[in-house]
Design a protein around this ligand. Structure first.
Ligand SMILES: Cc1cc2nc3c(=O)[nH]c(=O)nc-3n(C[C@H](O)[C@H](O)[C@H](O)COP(=O)(O)OP(=O)(O)OC[C@H]3O[C@@H](n4cnc5c(N)ncnc54)[C@H](O)[C@@H]3O)c2cc1C
Length: 1019
């Protein structure tokens, strides 16, 4: 007998034992069993109706079958296939397509499905290449067309009407998820505007459909239904600046809503990545509650069940609906960005926002399903899923709670689950299809996401159509694993015995974190100017010749007044350190390691205050300042652990008769001469390494970074570093730095800074002072003239964002910053056009505001040098872009110069500012040659989708830190040991293995263990 729910409009009662469904009922365990029983019964019924029918994507035409089958069987092939699909739109010629297909697919020892390997090998031949390229492109386009309904709404009109005539509603989504400039965001908003103009008028002419046009109690449903993606409407969205993002988006979305309301369209807010969740929610909440929209029922938003916050999200939406008085539609989905969220949160070390086990998401979905339907007076529920179990649970709950079909709807993606959608429609449900429109380029990213979703191991579609899972498995109640997502959250216990883990960056998606940061920034501002003393052996010397440093954000504001150390202070500090040093050297290594580990913990506990100081003292934007503190913590934790493995005693050789013991010990007194651009991280890294290895440290911070350096000093002393082993000696480099470098008892120098100073230190350190008994060793990190190569097949969205971040982040004042971009072949003109548009968004602003994209440069000297460069025309270079000017701080506008000579000064001289040279290379080899034409070899990056070019770069692009398809800044301790060679430094890698050895002497003691003919080893 057919199940009652199968004929939707009759809505018979499922639960014969219960007369009617109680409102907002609480289900007992017995009810739960009953419900599960009905889910199983209905699920089997529904399954019976679609048995044997596969979605189009699984129906095997040669290429489709090959792609899906290969992807399911071999994860490596899946990666390569999908990467090839992703690259296709950027490939201009048949040769390029054929080359990429070979590079991706003809991997060693890979057995390709029949015929494909042969076809690819023959693509070496020009005519065969053209034919293969044509075939590949045609088939991939064909696949994209399965999921994308048209290039734009007008192009899609006939297909949309066909769907309507078949009895399906739709919601149109405009593809185009990444915009990198204001202009691109505006284009996207205009496309929506155009869509709202077009769709209601167009659909009004279509024939009436009782189920699609009205719900029994939910009233009329506009035919024109549009899904909005907010990310593409504003390219500057940033979780640290929720207010700014919301403000800008309100201005853009409000007119769209007005037009939609007036013309009769439904607007649905899609949700994207977690980092934008709060912004999207706030925009929705604000608009939905505004008087002009508060009674408008045709507004909806997505809820992502995979989010740990989903229950709270629903609470918010219920409160909103209650407040405004008209219902809102909620489309419940599981969430499309699971892999991204999982990977991204792991990379930056913040709590993972999504549930970690698929059954948890499924169970969450079911719970939320019930809550949505229970609140039908406030919420119109829409269930966006292709999973038969999830659909069945929704239908069962709707029946139980008395929500009539038509007062909720089922939604599916166009191109997926065709059999399910047809079956549900035929049963009288309102089924709406999510129909994206867009061109092939933006469509490819969407296609790849759908392919990934269909082939994921846990995907319902894969289980049903590929794995042939039986009905019991497909309908099984999701079991929450013993170790659920809540319990897996790791906490760093801080003990030295715990393995090293990078200190997480602050999670600015968290409102409390944002508020604490804002408060600390405001408090730090009130504290300025900081008064910074000299401290020698614990004694504070506050007075003396003063150094003044104004805040780069506002040059009328003094940030720090510092007592400058003198040559006599240096003498005094070195003398005290010399006396105390042997005891420090001989302290057990573990004791020193513990102190350094403690120092890391102290810095972490004080991270917000320290970061806020950097915001004012160095003009570091929030995120950059936060990352600097996290890196300092990392250095402490890392070197403390690394010392135990690298500097501990060990035996060498194992022949009987001798015992060889290798030990390390500190060298003596080390001068740490630190830069201002990573005012805590680099200073802390060099100091921690020197101390843990058993040296005393004379700490000479940069003149522009004494306040944060002094805060560090205080933490170090509080963590237990003996006062005579760490002297704090701020002052001018030419006086204090020079005196330290030349001092006969300073045996070690750790320097990070400019090339000129670095080279002069190397020279001075080579001179033997009278009475000097040790050879000075110099750990010297200097600058870079770092290049990013953008290949002609690069993903331009990624490349532009990466170049902008690398070149203009912290106003280009990082030694790892990109200052040359080398663009290969035909990609040059489109790249430059988009780069200029993206750079135009970099409006200079104080680092104290959370929306700061381009902070000031550090001081007047830097400002004047850069301003002068921008004032005059530069010979043999064309300035193709120069940004906005701001005059109350040391603000330098971002600038881009076109050059055609790799040896041009703009391609060779380190400028340390927001100035970028761009160069057009003939081909990829030429680009590498140009990139290597530099005295420096620090960092570099390549954006390319050619495996062969990426491999070539790895071999031939000679820099200390090479990054593929990501920015060239942002190295993390342990993961990317950092440092360069040539004129960038002496090859030492901070935050990596071997670094500590630079600060220690290796000693070997060999004992003859043979006594009168016997040795203990063979007793
Ligand atoms: C009409 C419609 C509109 C949509 N709009 C959006 C939108 O605006 N925003 C959005 O994010 N998504 C959206 N989606 C996509 C949706 O979120 C799902 O990705 C997709 O529908 C697959 O889910 P499923 O229930 O069909 O399949 P299933 O195979 O049952 O579920 C797959 C889903 O399970 C989750 N999952 C996978 N692995 C794990 C794991 N290890 N731990 C926890 N959870 C896991 C993921 O969410 C994955 O997508 C929409 C879907 C539809 C049908």
């Amino acid at each position: 007998m057919a199940h009652g729910l199968l004929v939707a409009r009759k809505a018979p009662t499922l639960y014969s034992g219960m007369d009617s469904a109680p409102e907002n009922s609480h289900v007992s365990a017995a009810d739960d069993i009953l419900l599960e029983h009905d889910v199983q019964r209905l699920g089997r019924e529904l399954h019976g109706r679609i048995k044997g029918k596969s979605p189009g994507i699984f129906q095997a035409s040669y290429w489709k079958g090959l792609l899906m089958d290969g992807a399911m069987r071999d994860p490596a092939l899946k990666t390569d296939l999908f990467r090839l699909v992703d690259a296709l739109p950027a490939l201009a010629t048949s040769e390029e397509i054929a080359r990429h297909a070979r590079e991706y697919l003809l991997a060693d020892q890979r057995s390709l499905p029949m015929g494909l390997g042969l076809a690819l090998r023959t693509t070496q031949n020009r005519i065969a290449a053209s034919i293969s390229a044509f075939v590949i492109k045609r088939h991939v386009r064909g696949m994209a067309e399965m999921f994308i309904i048209g290039r734009d709404a007008r192009d899609a009109r006939a297909s949309l009407q066909r769907l309507w005539n078949q009895g399906f509603g739709f919601t149109v989504d405009l593809l185009g998820e990444a915009s990198v400039s204001e202009a691109e965001s505006e284009v996207y908003v205009r496309r929506y505007d155009d869509l709202i103009d077009f769709l209601p008028a167009e659909t009004a002419r279509w024939k009436a459909n009782e189920i699609l046009d009205r719900g029994p109690s939910s009233g009329s449903h506009p035919r024109a239904n549009i899904s909005l993606k907010l990310s593409a409407m504003d390219h500057l969205l940033d979780p640290a600046d929720v207010e700014g993002g919301v403000h800008r988006l309100l201005g853009r979305v409000r007119p769209l809503l007005r037009k939609a309301r007036d013309l009769g369209a439904f607007i649905h807010f899609d949700l994207e990545q977690w980092s934008l969740h709060e912004i999207a929610f706030r925009v929705f909440e604000t608009l939905a509650a505004e008087p002009e929209f508060a009674s408008w029922p045709h507004l909806g938003i997505v809820m992502q069940a995979y989010l740990k916050s989903a229950d709270d999200d629903l609470d918010r939406l219920l409160a909103l609906a209650a407040k405004r008085g008209a219902p809102i539609t909620v489309r419940l989905v599981k969430g499309a960005y699971w892999d991204y969220e999982f990977v991204q949160s792991g990379l930056i070390g913040v709590p993972c926002p999504v549930l970690l086990h698929k059954p948890e998401t499924d169970a969450h979905y079911e719970r939320l399903t019930r809550r949505l339907l229970e609140n039908r007076d406030k919420i119109h529920a829409a269930f966006g899923t292709h999973n038969l179990r999830s659909i069945t649970v929704a239908l069962t709950w709707a029946e139980k709670l008395g929500v009539a079909p038509g007062d909720f709807e089922l939604q599916m993606l166009y191109g997926m689950a065709e059999a399910e959608r047809e079956m549900l429609r035929s049963l009288g449900h309102r089924v709406r299809l999510y129909t994206p429109v867009g061109d092939l380029l933006t469509g490819m990213a969407y296609l790849v996401r759908r392919l990934l979703e269909n082939t994921a191991n846990s995907s319902f579609v894969r289980l049903r159509h590929y794995e042939g899972a039986d009905i019991g498995e497909l309908l099984a109640k999701p079991e929450i694993p013993a170790l659920s997502s809540g319990e897996t959250a790791k906490s760093y216990d801080g003990l030295l015995s715990a393995p090293f883990e990078n200190c997480p960056l602050s999670d600015f998606t968290n409102a409390q974190v944002r508020a604490a940061f804002a408060q600390a920034v405001a408090e730090a501002e009130k504290q300025m100017p900081w008064h910074i003393p000299v401290v020698i052996n614990g004694r504070i010397w506050p007075d003396g010749e003063a150094l003044h440093h104004v805040s780069p954000n506002l040059n009328a504001r003094l940030a720090a007044r510092t007592n400058s150390a003198t040559v006599e202070d240096v003498e005094h500090a070195v003398r005290d350190a010399r006396t105390g040093w042997p005891a420090w050297r001989d302290l057990p290594l573990k004791n020193r390691a513990k102190l350094i580990n403690n120092l890391g913990a102290r810095l972490e506990a004080d991270r917000v205050r320290l970061a806020a100081m950097e915001v004012h003292e160095q003009g570091k934007p929030w995120r950059e300042a936060d990352a600097d503190i996290a890196e300092a913590v990392d250095f402490c934790r890392y070197y403390a652990r690394q010392a135990l493995t690298e500097l501990g005693p060990r035996t060498q050789g194992h022949l009987p008769g001798e015992a060889n013991t290798l030990t390390y010990e500190g060298r003596g007194i080390c001068a740490v001469i630190a830069p201002w651009n990573f005012p805590l991280a680099i200073l802390c890294g060099m100091t921690a390494a020197a101390l843990v290895a058993g040296n005393a440290v004379m700490l000479k911070p940069a003149e522009q970074a004494t306040a944060v350096a002094h805060a560090f000093y205080q933490h170090a002393i509080a963590a237990g570093i003996p006062a005579d082993m760490l002297a704090f000696l701020p002052g001018p480099g030419e006086i204090v730095g020079d005196a330290l470098v030349r001092h006969r008892d300073v045996v070690q120098i750790a320097f990070t800074g400019s090339r000129d100073v670095g080279l002069s230190i190397l020279k001075s350190a080579a001179e033997i002072a009278p009475g000097q008994t040790m050879i000075k060793r110099v750990v010297c990190e200097m600058g870079g003239k770092n290049a990013i190569i953008v290949d002609d097949d690069a993903d331009l969205d990624e490349a532009i964002t990466g170049v902008i971040r690398s070149a203009f982040g912290y106003a280009g004042q990082k030694c790892s910053a990109c200052s040359r971009v080398i663009v290969v072949g035909g990609g040059y003109a489109p790249f430059l056009a988009r780069l200029k548009a993206a750079a135009a968004s970099l409006v200079p602003s104080s680092a104290a505001t959370p929306d700061c994209l381009l902070p000031p440069v550090i001081d007047e000297a830097s400002f004047t040098r850069l301003r002068d460069l921008l004032r005059e025309p530069v010979a043999d270079a064309q300035r193709v872009f120069c940004g906005a000017v701001k005059s109350d701080g040391w603000f330098v506008p971002p600038a881009i110069f076109e050059v055609s000579d790799p040896r041009h000064p703009l391609m060779q001289r380190e400028l340390f500012g927001p100035i970028l040279a761009i160069f057009a290379a003939r081909d990829f080899s030429h680009a590498i040659e140009v990139a290597n034409t530099s005295d420096y070899a620090l960092t570099g990056a390549v954006y390319s989708r050619s495996p062969r070019h990426l491999e070539q770069a790895q071999k031939e692009f000679r820099v200390g830190n090479l990054y593929l398809n990501r920015p060239c800044t942002g190295a993390l301790v342990n993961r990317q040991p950092f440092g360069g060679f040539k004129m960038s430094g002496a090859g030492t890698k901070a935050g990596g293995p071997g670094y500590l050895l630079n600060f220690a002497e290796m000693r070997v003691c060999t004992e003859n263990t043979m006594r009168r003919g016997f040795t203990p080893e063979i007793l």
